[in-house]
Every structure is written in structure tokens, then in C-alpha cells.
Design a protein around this ligand. Structure first.
Ligand code: FE
Length: 200
């Protein structure tokens, strides 16, 4: 089996925001899929290691904001490459809220939706949430960003790694300095698995 075939699947990139116990958090995801239009249902898979995951399980609600091609790398660093357990990702930002009380984003974003969880399926590394779309709004007609566009045009080219040996995460650039990459290794920064690492 050639696992690279799976890299040919097209994905969008989204900001997933949550509110639980009076606390906001958000992360970057590529796993939003609309599964039916009537009723309007979506699925989203969230890694169990993410704080956002526990907050959706607890609150049963989330918002998704659709990122556009104008999104700078800083947004992906701010919301994708650090954990809400360690930092307040919203520090210094003016927050806008949808009627369900959750934050949505309106910069470098062309639309948002609100999801209410109907069921959750426990998978080894993720929980797959099935949700009803309870609200949604289009903000502008900018082009939605795809994962492929992000890789080609937004993510900076890898810097020189002349003196480092090991494996580099192709998603975020994290380097695991070792001769052997364990097959169950998970990137501590972006939570992607060993399949997304390349040998230096
Ligand atoms: Fe990574």
C-alpha cells in the first residue's frame, strides 16, 4: 500500500473554536466535512491530545471559521503550533461571538458555522464528532485556503538543518533528533504521526 495516495485527498483548513467553563480556546483543523445537507450535518475529527477535544466533549458545541488564502503563517503558528494548556491563544485579540456564545473569526476567514454535537465516535487517536449545524454566515467571497495551497504558498520553506540529524515533521517543521523514529511517534507540536515525518 502506498500511503502517499492519502496525501492526494483535498482538505480545507479551519479554525475550530470552543467555550467551556467560561474559557475560550481554538485550534487549526483540516477535518471538517459536511455529510448531509438536509438535515445539515457535519463531522469533525479532533485529536484526543488537544485541549479543544476535551472542551468539545464537555460542552457539546463548537464553531468552525473557514480560513482564506490570505491567511498569514502567523495564524497557523498562533492557533496550530501551541497548546491552549500553556498559553491564552486569544491574548490581545478582539473577540466576536456568534449567537451560541462561542468565538468566531472574521479576519482571513470567509465564513463560519456553529455545530451542536449529536454523537461522538471513539477512535484510537481521535474522537469523531457528528454535529448539527445550528447557525452559519458568509463573510466575504475570498477563496478558501486548501491544505495544498498552505504547503505551497503559506508555510515557510524549511530552514537550513545542516547540523541536525533525525526526522523532521513535514507539517510543522519540528525535528526529532534520533537515529530511529518510533512508529507510534506523535509530533509534540502539531500532533501528526510518524507517517508525516521525513528523515534528514
Ligand atoms: Fe509537527
Amino acid at each position: 500500500m502506498d500511503n502517499k495516495a492519502l496525501f492526494k485527498i483535498g482538505y480545507g483548513l479551519y479554525l475550530l473554536s470552543v467555550l467551556d467553563n467560561g474559557r475560550d480556546n481554538a485550534c487549526v483543523t483540516n477535518t471538517l466535512i459536511q455529510v448531509t445537507s438536509s438535515p445539515c450535518l457535519v463531522t469533525i475529527a479532533v485529536n484526543k491530545q488537544n485541549l479543544t477535544h476535551d472542551m468539545i466533549l464537555s460542552s457539546g458545541k463548537f464553531n468552525v471559521s473557514m480560513l482564506t488564502e490570505s491567511a498569514p503563517f502567523d495564524i497557523f503558528k498562533q492557533f496550530g503550533y501551541q497548546s491552549g494548556r500553556n498559553v491564552d491563544k486569544f491574548a490581545g485579540r478582539t473577540l466576536k461571538r456568534s449567537p451560541n456564545g462561542l468565538v468566531y473569526f472574521d479576519e482571513n476567514v470567509n465564513a463560519w458555522l456553529s455545530g451542536k454535537v449529536i454523537s461522538s465516535t471513539d477512535l484510537p487517536t481521535h474522537t469523531l464528532f457528528l454535529a448539527e449545524v445550528t447557525d452559519a454566515e458568509v463573510l466575504n467571497d475570498e477563496e478558501s485556503v486548501t491544505y495544498s495551497y498552505y504547503q505551497k504558498h503559506i508555510k515557510p520553506a524549511p530552514t537550513s538543518v545542516s547540523n541536525k540529524k533525525g526526522y523532521r515533521c513535514k507539517i510543522c517543521g519540528y525535528i526529532y533528533e534520533s537515529d530511529v523514529l518510533p512508529p507510534d511517534f506523535v509530533c509534540p507540536i502539531c500532533k501528526h504521526g510518524a507517517a508525516d515525518f521525513e528523515k534528514l
